[in-house]
Design a protein around this ligand. Structure first.
Ligand SMILES: [Zn+2]
Length: 208
């Protein structure tokens, strides 16, 4: 048998193997001694990381750019999500303000950052950063609490009510936020929780 580029030697028993692309999330084992010798880099992980990074960048637009612009006669007002959240920061509404900030901004940003920390190195075929497993676990825990889409529904309801009173236009933050909701939903369909964990565990054990 002639040696080729795609041949892999088992690190334990030196048996030569040749295989094509390994399917997503699968591992190739030595036929003789069953050692894991290669892991298919799941492209889905790269997609998850790219989508999460995109959503994170869009989040900065959401926080600081105008979300909505209201005009009624000569009066006009622009508000970013940050300003909207902060408008309740005094008095009895303060807890609400904190809760909205947490659910709409802090938790989604935290979850995206944790995902990138946990899977970023894997997506470019490197060994995971320290604490990757913990980061992925926290990202899983945060999932039901990062409620950007609920906020969008609330905004939609408010828009319908306001439309009679004033002229409304959506700012860049509104469209960024819509994009984040879509990107996040799409990202969560890329790979099952189980496959992500398998990929992370495989990469971690290979690094050791
Ligand atoms: Zn072997």
């Amino acid at each position: 048998m002639e040696a080729r580029d795609d041949m892999v030697c088992c690190p334990v028993c030196d048996a030569l193997h040749s295989f094509g692309d390994i399917p997503d999330g699968e591992r190739a084992r030595c036929v003789r001694c069953n050692t894991v010798i290669a892991v298919g880099r799941p492209e889905a992980i790269l997609r998850i990381v790219v989508l999460a990074s995109t959503a994170l960048i869009l989040m900065t637009i959401v926080i600081f750019y105008p979300f909505l612009e209201l005009r009624s006669g000569v009066f006009g007002s622009k508000a970013s999500v940050f300003e909207t959240v902060m408008s309740f920061s005094q008095g009895v509404m303060a807890p609400l303000s904190l809760a909205v900030a947490a659910f709409v901004i802090v938790l989604p940003v935290a979850r995206l950052s944790l995902l990138i920390w946990a899977l970023g190195p894997l997506s470019v075929n490197r060994s995971p950063w320290p604490g990757a497993a913990r980061a992925l676990r926290y990202a899983d825990i945060l999932k039901p609490w990062a409620m950007a889409e609920i906020f969008m529904v609330g905004v939609a309801v408010a828009l319908v009510k306001l439309a009679d009173l004033a002229t409304l236009s959506m700012g860049p933050a509104f469209w960024s936020f819509t994009a984040i909701v879509v990107i996040t939903a799409f990202k969560d369909t890329q790979m099952s929780k189980h496959s992500v964990w398998t990929a992370l565990e495989t990469a971690s054990s290979n690094a050791r």
